[in-house]
Design a protein around this ligand. Sequence first.
Ligand SMILES: [Zn+2]
Length: 114
Amino acid sequence: MKNDQVAKIAKRLTALRDEILKIIDLRDTAGGGNGAMDEIDQANELIEKEMGFVMSNNMRANLKEVEEALDRIAKGHYGKCLHCSQEISPKRLEVLPFARLCVPCQEKIESKNR
Ligand SMILES: [Zn+2]
């Protein structure tokens, strides 16, 4: 994967991390008020639109994945499958910037869990 592609993804991941932090913060301070919920919904929508996938309700788990991806970028081994060390296809990373596994490994694991 080229450096400029990684830089682009790093930017997206950083923005995503900020959005997730915002949502967590809003949830923590919402305290039953309904104004904050609207903001959370809006932020959720933004993430879905920008990142092209639906966030799960578990924001803290998502945050961890994003931070781990940023960590891999910082250490210079972003874009490699953690299982087989093969390069993950840039197309996959575009859809799922914090993907840890290449498609074949992911499919193997998913078929095992089924
Ligand atoms: Zn793999």
